[in-house]
Design a protein around this ligand. Structure first.
Ligand code: NAP
Length: 280
């Protein structure tokens, strides 16, 4: 059975649209971009479109690749201090000569809608979640929507990035799963994937996960996005795996739309927290 991220993300967006209609002031998301990475341009456009759809204002602060770091810092401080801005994200990747984590850590922890500041990462690690990275959050929401029990399951996460693999492993742990994390140095990947009740691949390699690597009736979440000749593929050999798995996410239409929905959700979460704080 398909885990349809598109349908669920539309449902979440409808709920958020209804909420936003009742707000006195429109929420606002600010995206900071450095350079002109082609994939980033596409992702930022889709974030802007989603914000427009549900009634969130959108600021796109775009800098040249050779911008002085201080200019970017000033912009982050300005957005932190702007009470009408509810979410700030630094679109990654940024050019290598910038200190990425230094810039990320300047973002107010309550506006850090990507959940990548050291403070929010630490809170997630300790189980005191503040803002959590959108892709892992979207995966948990998708599993919950289909009433898939996480507790007691063996979840195998392939990929250990700070953006997806590691925070996802933390969320799965919080939800009671026994978690194995695999990565590029894992010897004999199949030995682990074939034990997974829930297998998540977040690598970026088309065809990495094949039918012989999965357990019967397992749940397969494909985070990978591989663009080949203008077409999108995941990491999983979907056509051959679908009959063996009990649930599987398609690419496109699985995890991707959930990521955007969770970004909007995080912006609204901060907005609502502020309203609550100010009414006290
Ligand atoms: P990343 O930072 O490049 O991390 C990839 C991870 O895969 C690394 O941990 C790497 O291990 C591991 N890896 C590489 N080759 C492997 C192999 N042969 N076997 C096992 N593990 C291997 O990428 P990311 O940002 O996490 O993204 C992963 C994929 O998800 C990409 O395709 C990206 O486009 C996609 N993505 C999709 C969404 C969405 O919304 N659908 C969101 C974010 C990312 P090491 O750490 O040991 O190098």
């Amino acid at each position: 059975m398909l885990l349809d991220g598109k349908v669920l993300s539309n449902k979440i967006k409808d709920e958020l649209t209804k909420k936003v209609k009742n707000f006195l002031v429109k929420p606002c998301l600010a995206v900071i971009q450095i350079g002109n990475d082609e994939a980033s341009n596409v992702y930022i456009k889709s974030k802007e479109k989603a914000c427009n759809e549900i009634g969130i204002n959108f600021i796109h602060a775009k800098f040249e690749e050779d911008v002085d770091e201080q200019e970017v810092i000033n912009k982050i401080i300005e957005l932190n201090n702007d009470k009408y801005v509810n979410g700030i994200l630094l679109q990654l990747p940024i050019p290598k000569h910038f200190n990425q984590q230094k810039l990320l850590n300047l973002i107010d922890k309550n506006k850090d809608v990507d959940g990548l500041t050291d403070i929010n990462v630490g809170l997630l690690f300790k189980g005191n979640n503040n803002l959590v990275p959108c892709t892992p959050l979207g995966i948990i929401k998708l599993l919950q929507e289909y009433n898939i029990e996480i507790s007691g399951k063996h979840a195998v996460v392939v990929g250990k990035s700070n953006l997806v693999g590691k925070p996802l492993a933390m969320l799965l742990l919080q939800n009671g799963a026994t978690v194995t994390i695999c990565h590029s140095k894992t010897v004999n990947l199949k030995k682990y994937t074939e034990q997974a009740d829930i297998l998540i691949s977040a690598v970026g390699k088309k065809g990495l996960i094949t039918e012989d690597m999965i357990k019967d009736n397992s749940i397969i979440i494909d985070v990978g996005i591989n663009r080949i000749d203008g077409k999108l593929y995941g990491d999983v050999d979907f056509d051959n795996v679908i009959d063996k798995a009990s649930y599987i996410t398609p690419v496109p239409g699985g995890v991707g739309p959930m990521t955007v929905a969770m970004l909007l959700n995080n912006v609204i979460k901060n907005y609502e927290n502020n309203v609550e704080k100010n009414s006290r």
